[in-house]
Structures are given as structure tokens and as C-alpha cells.
Design a protein around this ligand. Structure first.
Ligand SMILES: Nc1nc2c(ncn2[C@@H]2O[C@H](COP(=O)(O)OP(=O)(O)OP(=O)(O)O)[C@@H](O)[C@H]2O)c(=O)[nH]1
Length: 313
């Protein structure tokens, strides 16, 4: 089940609180051991330890000494505290972005540039194709630039997507300077009036230092409006390390979390958003072009807690 492990941890927390609290007020004494158990089970669901502790601190603040409103039940009260705490953690750095509207407003000599970073295998290629689909279906056709010139496969995969989607593709020969691919793609867009350029980059080179230098060079040439990091929700705490690496290398504006539809643990979103302070703005929820959703913290928290809320009535 999607998010199964996280949901189980949260349900156990609600069960424990309702079991222990007999009066109309929640005491710190009652809550403390239950919070400790919650932190451990959150950590087991891929929530970074410091983020799990932060959630516990928020719950302590909201629940200790709180009076249960007369007509509401204790369960509902605890679930609401959980939902608010999770929403707060997910909201760090969050802002609404309308990329399609931004691109549509651009003058043709200054197209919107989005550079995508991320290690191999996280779903970067698929995500760029999903973005191309999103722009194109709103009438803003993008140019795709494949600036990973070290992997012939990456070029080929992106070219196929571009063909299927009917959008222009600019690639480079094996080993060509990736920055020149970026330059050509931006010039191409300018010359033909395309208002957005989506740029793929390498996910791995011989050394991390080489990778950092290449990504910095691409960034200097692209002058991106947005630097997007693609992370895989199935990688758990690794996603936090990746976000830190890329943020140090090039600076990250927002994160796209992929494979959320296949995530049985569910904690990565909480970790990445809270531990890096970089907002998740999109999630990948499948392999199709249309399987990209804007991320909204409250809605995501509601999704995590939907079964519990339904049970509580
Ligand atoms: N279920 C699911 N699968 C996804 C999602 N995004 C990508 N994938 C799959 O993940 C696999 C890897 O995706 P790619 O787009 O090839 O990943 P990449 O990061 O470009 O990987 P390389 O090309 O190997 O660097 C593919 O099988 C995709 O279909 C998603 O949101 N949900």
C-alpha cells in the first residue's frame, strides 16, 4: 500500500494516545513515551531522524494541556494535530508557482529556462518529458535540451520522448561540451520564438568534483530561472543527501519527488522538505506523461491521513 508504513506509524500514535488519555486533558507524562515510540517508527518509515523529532516537538506543543473540544472526540483532535504538524513540516520554503503562466508571458528573446538535476535512475528523463507535456498541452511548446552528452542512452531516450510529444529537441554528440548544447538550445528557442527551454544534465561523472564543475558551467551558460532537483521517493534518506549535494553544487530552487505512486514507506517527502528547506513543488505519480501533479502541503498531509480520518468519522 502507498505510504503503508508511515500510515501505520501514525495510526499507532493515535491509538496509543486515545488508549492512555482518560481525562479531558492530555498530560506531558502521558504523551512522552508515546512520542518516543512515534519518533522511532517515523524513522523506520524513511523520515529523517531530526525531522521525526521536529514532528514530535510540534505534537507536544499542540497536545500537552490542550482541552478536547466538547463535541469533538479525542481521536479527531489528535489526528488534526498530526495533520497540522505534517503540513507545517512540508510547507518549509513552499510557494505556489505557475510555470506555464510564467513561460507564456516571456518575450521570445528571453525564454524561461529550467535546468533539471538529479542522479541517474531517479526518473529525470521521464520528468522532463512530463514537463514538456504539461507546457505543450497548455499551448506553450518547449524546447528540450539534452546536456548529458556522456550517456548516449540519455540522449536517445529524451529524443524519443521529444518526437512522441512533437517538441523540438537539441542534443549533442557523445562527449560534446554540454554547455554548448545548452547555448544552442537557448539560441534555437530565441530564433524561433519558443518561450521555455527544459535542460537535462548529467547525473554522474567520474568523480563528484567533475560533476559539480560541469553542472556549474551549465548553470553559468543557462542562467536558469529555476534549478529543479529530481529525487526518487523510494531512496529515503539518500534523497536528503542528494538534495544537499546539488544545493551545494549549483543551488536548488525546488524539488520534484518521483515514484510517489510506488512508495510504500512515505517518509521521504517529509524528510526532503524539512531537512533541506527546499520546497517540493511537483510529484511524479506514474510513468505516463500526465502523471505529474503540483505538490500542495496540506493536500499531501490529508492524503497521508485520509484513512485515519475516515475511520474517526
Ligand atoms: N511508478 C513510477 N515510475 C516512474 C516515475 N517517474 C519515473 N518512473 C520510472 O522510473 C524509471 C527511470 O526513469 P528515467 O526517467 O529513465 O530515469 P532517469 O533518472 O532519467 O534515469 P537514467 O536515464 O537512467 O539516468 C523508468 O522506468 C520510469 O518509467 C513515477 O513517478 N512513478
Amino acid at each position: 500500500m502507498v505510504f503503508g508504513k508511515l500510515k501505520k506509524a501514525l495510526k499507532k500514535f493515535v491509538d496509543n494516545v486515545t488508549e492512555v488519555v482518560a481525562t479531558k486533558e492530555i498530560s506531558e507524562e502521558d504523551l512522552e513515551p508515546i512520542l518516543e515510540e512515534l519518533v522511532i517508527s517515523l524513522a523506520e518509515s524513511d523520515v529523517a531522524f531530526e525531522v521525526a523529532e521536529e514532528i514530535a516537538a510540534k505534537l507536544r506543543e499542540k497536545l500537552v494541556g490542550s482541552k478536547i473540544p466538547r463535541f469533538s472526540n479525542l481521536r479527531g483532535h489528535v489526528i488534526k494535530a498530526l495533520e497540522d504538524s505534517i503540513t507545517e513540516v512540508l510547507s518549509r520554503g513552499y510557494r505556489k508557482l505557475d510555470l506555464v503562466a510564467e513561460a507564456a508571458k516571456r518575450s521570445p528573446d528571453n525564454p524561461l529556462r529550467i535546468v533539471f538535476f538529479g542522479v541517474n535512475g531517479v526518473g529525470k528523463t521521464t520528468t522532463i518529458a512530463k514537463f514538456a507535456y504539461m507546457f505543450r498541452s497548455h499551448g506553450v511548446t518547449p524546447v528540450i535540451a539534452a546536456a548529458d552528452t556522456y550517456r548516449a542512452g540519455a540522449q536517445e531516450q529524451l529524443r524519443k520522448h521529444a518526437e512522441k510529444l512533437g517538441v523540438p529537441f537539441i542534443g549533442g554528440r557523445y562527449g560534446a561540451d554540454p554547455a554548448s548544447v545548452v547555448y544552442d538550445a537557448i539560441e534555437y528557442a530565441r530564433a524561433r520564438g519558443y518561450r521555455v527551454v527544459l535542460i537535462d544534465t548529467a547525473g554522474r561523472l567520474h568523480t563528484d568534483k567533475d560533476l559539480m564543475e560541469e553542472l556549474r558551467k551549465i548553470t553559468r551558460v543557462a542562467k536558469p530561472d529555476y534549478r529543479a532537483l529530481v529525487v526518487d521517493s523510494l531512496t529515503g534518506n539518500d534523497a536528503v543527501d542528494q538534495a544537499r549535494f546539488f544545493d551545494e553544487a549549483v543551488g536548488i530552487d525546488f524539488i520534484i519527488l518521483t515514484k510517489v505512486d510506488a512508495d510504500v514507506k512515505g517518509g521521504t517527502a517529509l524528510s526532503v522538505a524539512a531537512a533541506t528547506g527546499k520546497p517540493i513543488l511537483f510529484i511524479g505519480v506514474g510513468q505516463g506523461y500526465e502523471d505529474l501533479e503540483p505538490f500542495e502541503p496540506r493536500r499531501y498531509a490529508e492524503k497521508i491521513l485520509a484513512d485515519l480520518k475516515q475511520e474517526a468519522g
